[in-house]
Design a protein around this ligand. Structure first.
Ligand SMILES: Nc1ncnc2c1ncn2[C@@H]1O[C@H](COP(=O)(O)OP(=O)(O)OP(=O)(O)O)[C@@H](O)[C@H]1O
Length: 614
């Protein structure tokens, strides 16, 4: 067994417990306190029992019975009280488990979402980060409470064991050492056996599936017919039999191994008990041990042996789930450092975007983390207030990356981007966000209501229905609203009664969302990819309205859109290679002109083809 992994798993689980303590301190303290009390009650119960036995077994005259009963009352009360308290605490533990199960899961999931929201966008773009997020979310959503319950069981068993060891120590330290050694050996052997069996079960999942598959197809009429013709049914049965035989053989081996180990564990435990009894009898004969002590030590030893068996399950579970716990704990612990601004409050960026709204890239460059090559280099670009700029270029030229820099989602690796002369990095991100509005090619479809789909564009304010409707109208999406449900109409198939929308309809909603914000800067990254040509023309008009009085940067492969922009910027391999109005660039006969002609020729050829077939 890998002890490092077990240690890491327990450390991870305790870190998780500490987080839970911070969320719900009182409940979690009670949850942790119950096992401790149960452990303490072991000592109290055995002590009272010992006193009672000694009281009634003492060799005083029979006339003293009345005195004995009078003296026994306090111990009887303690003994009974302990038993009742144990029952109540066990019940309380079950109630707390139920009460905490959902809360813990909710808190941990919220923390994972919180961390994911705070993570820099560069991280979210990396597949391995996304895998980590996915794993952390799945543990947080399903396994986390199971892991913690197992951990609590381990803690509880340890306290109980400690109680048993204390009882034996009160009688003889030598017996305690012997009990501890026998316990450790029994536990280690049983745990190893359990882990071997769990691993075998996991390894046998695949042969099990294969056997199920083979037996399944053997029952199908078409297989029977096919096999009769080819005469190969016996071959299929033999193949299924071989798979089953192999799994069975491995299971039998594991069972035999477990039984052998079980016999060995029982032998050392019985030997331990016999040695302890022999030693205690000798001491009783010498008058150094009372009958009560004999009985309770014997019982405490048997209880400790029982714990060595019962503790295997939760420890094995924590060990098996260790990788998941470590994933979750590391995700929660590491992401804030990367994603959150840990600077002291006085050093946090507080500046607000200026009202003029001139945005300038000065020698800005960007390289994705973990990559050698910069995808944007030497970008010098100024967006004047109210100007509409089209960003065009071949696939992979860096257009979307430039958009993300402009929106402050990525920070340039060198150079600066300023808003009215102030670096975007020095600005309060929330104030900056208020001045920016964007529609991306991979826009989000909120499968809830129309109200959410538009209203999420301005989450800071609860926009009025009139304003939401105006945004829908601006994007010609008002027909999506139905009289009966109005803006609360459900969209998407996830919600009951929801209607699935077409790609273009979802896109209109995404654009309405952007239209809701009264932002100085509007960024559109391929906003028309899912729209039909007729709606695209309509949208173009809408877009002109939306653009009025704002600075607009749009990315589009459709150069028909770009030609109407105040300025066109052509990117190639991360650099600006041309810049100017449509006519200027056409006259220059450079990259833009050749792209434009190629597209125009394509449309003309298509139109000619249509006419020919009409
Ligand atoms: N998350 C990422 N990690 C690493 N490299 C990336 C990442 N995203 C994009 N790139 C690379 O950066 C370069 C520019 O990509 P970008 O998406 O900005 O180009 P684009 O001009 O918008 O392309 P398209 O027209 O196809 O949308 C490409 O070479 C791309 O492979």
């Amino acid at each position: 067994m890998n002890q490092n992994a077990l240690g890491t798993a327990f450390r991870g689980s305790f870190r998780l417990l500490y987080r839970i303590y911070r969320y719900i301190p009182v409940l979690s303290l009670i949850w942790l306190g119950v096992p401790l009390l149960l452990g303490a009650l072991v000592v109290t119960g055995y002590s009272a029992q010992q006193r009672l036995i000694d009281l009634f077994m003492s060799s005083h005259a029979a006339s003293a019975w009345a005195d004995r009963i009078a003296n026994a009352w306090p111990f009887l009360i303690i003994f009974t009280g302990t038993a009742v308290a144990r029952c109540l605490l066990n019940a309380l533990q079950r109630v707390l488990d139920t009460a905490l199960r959902d809360q813990v899961s909710r808190y941990i999931q919220a923390e994972v979402h919180d961390k994911a929201a705070a993570a820099p966008l560069e991280l979210l773009d990396q597949p391995e980060y996304y895998d980590r997020l996915h794993r952390a979310e799945s543990v947080a959503g399903t396994d986390v409470f199971g892991v913690l319950s197992n951990l609590i069981s381990v803690v509880r068993f340890l306290f109980e064991l400690f109680g048993c060891l204390t009882v034996t120590a009160l009688c003889s330290p030598l017996l305690t050492v012997m009990l501890a050694v026998v316990f450790a050996a029994s536990f280690a052997i049983r745990l190893e056996s359990d882990l071997v069996k769990r691993r075998l079960n996991r390894d046998l999942t695949r042969p099990g599936r294969e056997a199920d598959y083979l037996s399944g197809i053997m029952r199908k009429p078409e297989t029977v017919r096919d096999m009769r013709i080819s005469g190969s049914m016996s071959y299929l049965i033999a193949k299924w039999g071989a798979v089953m035989q192999r799994s069975l053989g491995l299971r039998m081996n594991a069972n035999r191994r477990e039984i052998r180990r079980g016999i060995f564990v029982s032998s050392i435990q019985i030997a331990g008990l016999c040695a302890a009894m022999a030693w205690m009898v000798l001491r009783m004969r010498a008058g150094g041990l009372s009958a009560g002590a004999f009985v309770v030590v014997f019982q405490a030893m048997r209880q400790a042996y029982g714990i060595s068996g019962r503790m295997v399950f939760p420890v094995g579970k924590v060990y098996i789930q260790s990788a998941k716990i470590i994933d979750l704990v590391q995700f929660i612990a590491e992401i804030p450092a990367a994603g959150r601004d840990t600077r002291p409050i006085e050093q946090l960026p507080m500046k607000k975007p200026g009202p003029y709204g001139q945005i300038a890239f000065a020698k800005a460059a960007y390289r994705y983390p973990g990559h050698d090559r910069a995808v944007l280099q030497d970008i010098d670009l100024t967006l004047k207030p109210g100007e509409t700029v089209a960003l065009v270029g071949e696939n992979g030229a860096g257009k979307s990356t430039l958009v993300k820099l402009l929106l402050g989602l990525y920070a340039p690796t060198s150079g600066r981007i300023t808003w009215d002369g102030i670096d975007l990095q020095d600005m309060d991100p929330r104030s900056l966000r208020r001045e920016m509005s964007a529609v991306f090619q991979d826009f989000v479809r909120y499968e809830t209501t129309l109200r959410d789909n538009v209203g999420f564009g301005l989450p800071e304010e609860a926009a009025s229905d009139d304003r939401l409707r105006a945004a829908l109208r601006a994007c010609r999406a008002e027909s999506l609203e139905r009289q009966a449900e109005g803006l609360d109409r459900r969209v998407g198939r996830l919600t009951e009664g929801g209607r699935e929308l077409s790609g273009g309809q979802w896109q209109r909603l995404a654009i309405s969302r952007a239209a809701l914000r009264d932002a100085q800067l509007l960024v559109l990254d391929e906003p028309t990819s899912a729209l039909d040509p007729q709606y695209e023309t309509e949208l173009y008009r809408t877009f002109r309205q939306l653009a009025a009085g704002r600075t607009v940067l749009f990315v589009s492969h459709r150069l028909g859109w770009a030609r109407h922009a105040d300025r066109i910027v052509v990117l190639r391999q991360g650099r600006i290679v041309e810049e100017g109005a449509h006519d200027t660039l056409m006259a220059a006969n450079g990259e833009y002109a050749s792209m434009f002609r190629a597209q125009a020729a394509w449309y003309q050829a298509e139109a000619a083809e249509r006419i020919q077939y009409m």
